[in-house]
Design a protein around this ligand. Structure first.
Ligand SMILES: [Zn+2]
Ligand SMILES: [Zn+2]
Ligand SMILES: [Zn+2]
Length: 491
């Protein structure tokens, strides 16, 4: 079979049954599993040749033509849940491990002692850019939409407030009450500067911590360090919220990358410093063009900082399991996922168009030297150019380390399975060190070959995810304050 035949497999109406009755079904299923049940795997055609590094001897050749569809399926790795549930679920799992290691330690090379360091769960919000329809948070008493707003009509003849009670999935939630009153330009400009607000917040917090302990910032670095892990979340109104874990460590060394802080302060003290820093900072944002005016940008007033209690019996405390799960969940959401299924979202569309419009105006005004010259490039992200998930180097382990560990695990397992001789595990792993693999693959397409295949992969994925979740839940020894916390953190 040649590469060009790959697209013309002999199936008239390819259904899941066609695949299940095919000769290579078992091998195909193994491939599905090896992609982690990816929904749009990359199809590669070609060979991998293995050589002994020392002698240069050719040991074996793996050829994709030996596989059921003559292609090697490789996972897409997309972290967005709307693109690939399996790959994003894996990313979410990695994020959970990363955060959970940074919160509780005892995992992935982070010592258990970090669970004694002061830790704060922080939420930094965007300010208001105009009234939007809002829903009642789950578990709370249903309340009217914007009852606190002034009564009457706005200058465009629209009601200033809405007394309806909206469900969370109501397509009006997040939409502006009056699109003409809503400050789309202010919103786009704020979002554009949000990463800078965060950067200044971290600088300010480090300074404040030192100042409140009565020392210079330089001197404080010998005693303590502030570590962060941060995730951006889009609200329904298209505004970015930043959720962060802020932890105090000591000064790290090669021998001890996660020491305890040399100053004894409670988490509540750190929470107060976070609030103070968030209130202190502001940015003077340049006008977009001659028709625009300068803006002073700040975080919204609903800044929230809560101590995370690792060893508490109080149901109302924010528990470590909760914050890890919560942040990991948001790491896989993107701007497009905010849209209500199937309903064109007028508000987000308008915000996106405002980003493009402001960028065009800025370019006309100042050309590429304008600070807004690249805003149009980030219009799909509604002007937010920051990382959705980021952390300081010493907060926890890295995603790369987790991925390497997983890759090594799979590779070792595969080798154990494919070796037919009865050499010991150590011998095999030792041999693996001396092997060079030359990959000569080319991309032939993306996705499963037929809708039937895609359906089979999807149902296998569902089953696998369920199993993984059950296993993950079983590993979490205590889930204190879970229900209370969910409502608490939902905003
Ligand atoms: Zn995928
Ligand atoms: Zn409403
Ligand atoms: Zn209006």
């Amino acid at each position: 079979m040649s590469a060009s035949d790959l697209y013309f497999l002999d199936v008239d109406e390819p259904t899941a049954l066609t695949r299940m009755l095919s000769d290579g079904f078992e091998d195909w299923s193994k491939q599905v599993a090896s992609t982690g049940f990816c929904s749009r795997p990359v199809r590669l055609f070609g060979q991998a040749r293995t050589f002994d590094r020392r002698s240069g001897q050719h040991l074996s050749t793996f050829d994709s033509r030996a596989l059921p569809d003559s292609v090697l399926y490789v996972r897409c790795g997309n972290r967005r849940a709307s693109r690939c549930p399996s790959c994003s679920h894996e990313y979410q799992g990695d994020m959970w491990h990363l955060l959970s290691a940074g919160v509780s330690g005892g995992d992935k090379g982070v010592p258990e002692s970090v669970s004694t360091h002061p830790l704060v769960f922080l939420t930094l919000t965007a300010p208001s850019f105009g009234a939007v329809h809002s829903s009642t948070r789950p578990g709370a008493q249903p309340r009217p939409c914007t009852v606190n707003a002034a009564p009457g009509l706005c200058e465009h003849g629209r009601p200033r407030r809405c007394t309806e009670r909206h469900d969370a999935d109501d397509s009006r939630v997040g939409q502006a009450l009056c699109p003409d009153c809503y400050d789309y330009e202010g919103h786009a400009v704020w979002q554009w500067h949000c990463p800078e607000l965060w950067r200044r917040f971290t600088i300010r917090l480090r300074r404040l911590v030192a100042a409140r302990l009565g020392m210079s910032e330089k001197a404080s670095r010998n005693l303590l360090r502030v570590q962060f892990a941060k995730v951006g979340e889009y609200q329904k109104r298209g505004a970015i919220h930043l959720h962060a874990l802020v932890r105090l460590d000591g000064a790290p060394s090669d021998d001890d990358p996660f020491p305890s802080p040399a100053v004894d302060v409670p988490a509540s003290w750190l929470a107060e410093r976070c609030l103070e820093a968030a209130r202190d900072i502001e940015i003077d944002a340049a006008p977009v063009d001659a028709h625009d005016s300068a803006r002073v940008l700040r975080f919204g007033p609903q800044v929230d900082a809560r101590p995370v209690q690792r060893h508490s019996d109080d149901e109302s405390d924010v528990s470590p399991e909760m914050v890890s799960a919560y942040l990991a969940k948001y790491a896989t959401k993107a701007a497009g996922d905010v849209a209500v299924d199937g309903t064109p979202n007028r508000h987000l569309k308008q915000l996106r168009e405002t980003c493009l419009d402001l960028c065009g105006r800025a370019l006309l005004h100042e050309g590429f030297s304008s600070p807004y010259a690249l805003l149009g490039k980030w219009a799909d992200a509604l002007g937010f150019r920051g990382h959705f998930a980021s952390k300081s180097r010493r907060f926890s382990t890295t995603l790369g380390t987790l991925r390497d560990a997983r890759r090594k695990y799979h590779r070792d397992r595969e080798q154990l399975e494919t070796h037919t001789d009865h050499a010991s595990t150590d011998d095999q792993l030792d041999a693996a060190e001396h092997i060079v693999v030359l990959n000569e693959f080319r991309f032939v397409g993306q996705g499963w070959l037929t809708p039937g295949d895609a359906e089979l992969a999807r149902s296998a994925a569902d089953a696998a995810r369920e199993w993984k979740d059950t296993r993950r839940a079983a590993r979490q020894p205590h889930k204190k304050g879970k229900n209370h916390g969910q409502a608490l953190l939902h905003r």
